[in-house]
Design a protein around this ligand. Structure first.
Ligand code: B12
Ligand code: SF4
Length: 517
């Protein structure tokens, strides 16, 4: 069959700071290619809807699969599916990915017949079985693990047996030079591990993977890395280098092969402090930027997010990261009840620290524990606003005043890094990029005012809403943690599902407060 894999368009954030290769979609596409199909990928982050329509008209795929990791992309995906079904009546349309997995029935309903199936969970094993059913016995679709159709739901999705057996179809991306993160331009993505052993209440990474955590074999990772042409590498792991040994093994193999890249990763403060030597080694190997999730700057806030890292440890982690002399970015979650005074305190704090500070807005997402309680307090159910840059919960300040404070704070923080001592270094990086024909980061900077603009944010809230995120009836009396187990997409296999040694398991236990097992 002819199969087209589609990544939807950019979100707010993607237009300024980063745009990354759709690694998950490439993995699913490769699994389908290995099953003997003719496969193409189109990424609407870097190509237009007109390009998409031209492609389907010319190539006439038999099967189209949309990736929907982000809730904010749901309306775009549903509308594309509807337009496609009108143009190509016989084409089978499927949607998969992180967010789609948590709201599968709603997506099928929004599609009004245009979306034949939502495939939940890891796509690599599911897609092969789904394609067999589509090519053969259509009634077998309902039995495909993870499949949700208008007629019902198949068994729970299965895990990829060996992560090394699935490789991304990197060659199918048509515009590889369009992916970047800050000055790492161009930048490719790579996976070292999958899942997360923690269980933070605002996050769905662990509920998706059933609180499992699996490692890729270092040889396989290094082979993949050696085949990548881009000088920048974004490591997609939720928390990088949880397991010291794994970080060393990959690092040493990279050194042996003499691979030189510049790396960007995300990790936790306590992991950074526990595995200092690994990060030191990676600094030698080209680690350029670390993103640390601090989330809140007072003890109360951290407790609320169930990250049991004492604030002092977070600051210690920042100190250590600074000592490595690598760029550090941190994230702070803004609460809807913040007033002018609270924004001012945060601004002052952020101006005091040398790190790049990113501020996102507390947003309950389906698949998280905060969703279980937060879904009944929403002031909008417009999918497009669920991008953690828009306020979807009622704000204490009038919404316009809230955005004014937020954007003012973001702007102050942004300017902090455009000062007389950083500009020369930045200019050097930009000049280097320009000489290699890379303009992504420069364009991002130029987009800043257009994207982060109070009028635009308010106009986003005023748009007519065609698709609304469903909420469940009012909660019963069960504690949210008891109900968290029902959120799992992949089965929870307990300790056996986590490839970490006992001492790391104890460390994880000591730094989480979850009761989810
Ligand atoms: C890397 C990452 C990013 C990268 C994006 C990479 C990219 N181009 O896709 C960057 C840094 C840009 C990013 C940004 C954001 N992210 Co992000 N991100 C992640 C992260 C950590 C890993 C995703 C990843 O690459 N995983 C590895 C690959 C192999 O897995 P995968 O993509 O999930 O694909 C698998 C399955 O989902 C499925 N699948 C995927 N596509 C398809 C398609 C089909 C047809 C099928 C059948 C299956 C399938 O199969 C794949 C292989 O097993 C996830 C957390 C997580 N663990 O999922 C958060 C996560 C997806 N991000 C999240 C958020 C909120 C954001 C932002 C909105 C945050 C912000 N600051 O504004 C932005 C917006 C992104 C945008 N499009 O502009 C949330 C999603 C919330 C939601 N429900 O919408 C997550 C879950 C984080 C969280 N803890 O809550 N993100
Ligand atoms: S440490 Fe917490 S926030 Fe980070 S990925 Fe794991 S569960 Fe999510």
């Amino acid at each position: 069959m002819r199969l087209l894999f589609v990544h939807p368009g950019p979100l707010l954030y993607t237009n300024v700071f980063l745009r990354l290769e759709p690694l998950g979609l490439e993995l699913v596409a490769e699994a389908a290619r290995r099953a003997g199909h003719s496969v193409r990928i189109i990424d609407l982050q870097v190509e237009s809807h007109a390009d998409y329509h031209r492609m389907i008209a010319e190539w006439q795929p038999d099967f189209i699969a949309f990736s929907c990791n982000y809730l904010a992309n749901v309306p775009e995906v549903v509308d594309l599916a509807k337009a496609t079904k009108l143009a190509l009546r016989g084409c089978f349309i499927c949607v998969g990915g992180h967010s789609a997995s948590f709201i599968a029935n709603a997506i099928v309903e929004h599609g009004e017949g245009a979306i034949d199936c939502v495939l939940k969970g890891e796509g690599e094993p599911g897609i092969v079985k789904l394609l067999e059913a589509v090519a053969g016995d259509l009634s077998a679709i309902a039995k495909v693990p993870g499949a949700v159709t208008a007629d019902g739901e198949g068994p729970r999705p299965g895990f990829v047996q060996h992560l090394e057996e699935v490789r991304p179809a990197r060659d199918l991306l048509r515009n590889r030079r369009k992916y970047f993160i800050g000055t790492l331009d161009p930048c490719a993505s790579i996976e070292f591990s999958r899942g997360c052993p923690w269980d933070c209440s605002f996050c769905s990474a662990w509920t998706f993977y059933g609180r499992s955590y699996r490692l890729l074999n270092p040889e396989c990772v290094v082979e993949d890395l050696a085949s990548i042409a881009e000088p920048g590498i974004f490591i997609v792991d939720d928390v990088a280098f949880i397991q010291q040994r794994h970080g060393f093994q990959i690092g040493e193999a990279i050194a042996r092969k003499g691979i030189r890249k510049r790396f960007y990763l995300e990790t936790r403060g306590d992991v950074l402090l526990r595995n200092k030597e690994v990060f030191q080694l990676w600094k030698e190997l080209g680690l350029t930027q670390i993103f640390l999730g601090i989330e809140a700057i007072d003890e109360d806030g951290l407790r609320k997010f169930r990250k049991r890292i004492p604030l002092g440890r977070n600051f210690e982690a920042l100190e250590f990261a600074r000592s490595l002399e690598i760029g550090v970015a941190i994230n702070i979650i803004a609460e809807p009840d913040w007033d002018e005074e609270r924004f001012r305190v945060v601004r002052d704090w952020c101006l005091d620290v040398p790190e790049v500070v990113n501020i996102s807005i507390n947003t309950p997402y389906p698949g998280t524990e905060t969703w279980l309680t937060g879904q009944h307090r929403l002031n909008t159910r417009d999918y497009r606003l669920f991008d953690i840059q828009h306020a979807v919960l009622p704000t204490k300040l009038p919404i316009a005043a809230f955005y004014r404070e937020l954007l003012h704070t973001q702007r102050v923080l942004y300017r902090k890094h455009m000062t007389w001592w950083t500009v020369p270094a930045l200019a050097r990086e930009l000049a280097g990029n320009l000489m290699r024909g890379q303009t992504n980061f420069m364009r991002g900077i130029m987009n800043y005012n257009k994207v982060y603009n109070v009028e635009k944010m308010l106009a986003d809230h005023a748009r007519p809403v065609h698709y609304e995120l469903p909420v469940s009836p009012r909660p019963e009396t069960n504690a949210p943690t008891a109900r968290a187990a029902q959120l799992y997409i992949h089965a929870h296999r307990g300790r056996a599902g986590r490839s970490i040694d006992d001492s790391t398991e104890r460390f994880v236990d000591a730094t989480r407060i979850g009761a989810s097992g």
